[in-house]
Design a binder for this molecule. Structure first.
Ligand SMILES: C[S@@+](CC[C@H](N)C(=O)[O-])C[C@H]1O[C@@H](n2cnc3c(N)ncnc32)[C@H](O)[C@@H]1O
Length: 207
């Protein structure tokens, strides 16, 4: 047993040094219970509303996406993005089974988002940020595609070897132009809410 724990810890440390997308073969991890960063907490802090357009980055097999899409309703739309087609095919099947017609899946890399400026009311991601190689570039892209006043939510937890700690996230997000609003959970498992302030869309981009 001790060897298993030591092996898992060693793998975790190695992964932190060599970040990469969670393989589809490990998707069983995505359905394990999440004690703090539950979909209910995400809904609470993100507050998706009927008719809004939202973007999930690194949507995986859809643990959060399906619940958010339900709240956006028929007049809303969820763009679920992931770098792996296998994850999105799984998600699309689940969305179809639930009769959700407002989920649009796109295979792409969070470093270059294929959307117009100011496209979304909200952007969110959970247990993904640490897998992104250039996190500052990805944050700049999230800022660009959010409308002024739009919200960004990031979820992190210690069970993820690539967890990003709260202060690190806060510094990076504010450097990208976001305002910190609040955090729920505990320092080792949390959702943090940021906002792209209305009216300062261009200042943080230096234009
Ligand atoms: C640990 S999984 C989490 C999935 C989902 N957010 C959840 O909580 O169930 C991380 C996901 O982020 C995706 N990902 C990693 N790097 C990415 C990148 N640069 N661009 C887009 N997706 C990425 C992976 O393919 C994987 O599906």
């Amino acid at each position: 047993m001790l060897w298993v724990v030591a092996g898992a810890a060693a793998l975790g440390f190695w992964w932190r040094e060599h970040p990469s997308p969670c393989p589809y073969g490990l998707r069983v991890w995505l359905v394990l219970p999440r004690p703090v960063i539950t979909w209910r907490r995400l809904i609470d802090i993100l507050s998706p509303r009927e008719g809004e357009r939202m973007l999930e980055i690194g949507a995986g097999t859809g643990y959060y996406a399906l619940r958010v899409a339900e709240r956006l309703g028929k007049s809303g739309r969820l763009d679920a993005l992931d770098i792996q087609q296998s994850m999105l095919s799984h998600l699309a099947t689940r969305a179809h089974e639930r009769g959700l017609g407002n989920v649009v899946t796109t295979v792409c890399d969070a470093h270059v988002l294929p959307f117009e400026d100011d496209s979304f009311d909200g952007v969110y991601l959970s247990t993904v940020f640490g897998e992104i190689i250039d996190q500052d570039l990805a944050l700049a892209e999230m800022y660009r595609v959010l409308r002024p006043g739009g919200r960004l939510v990031d979820g992190e937890c210690l069970g993820d070897p690539l967890m990003v700690f709260p202060e690190n996230l806060r510094q990076r997000a504010t450097a990208a132009g976001f305002s910190f609003v609040r955090r729920v959970g505990v320092p080792l498992a949390y959702f943090a809410l940021f906002r792209k302030e209305a009216g300062d869309a261009d200042e943080a981009q230096g234009s």
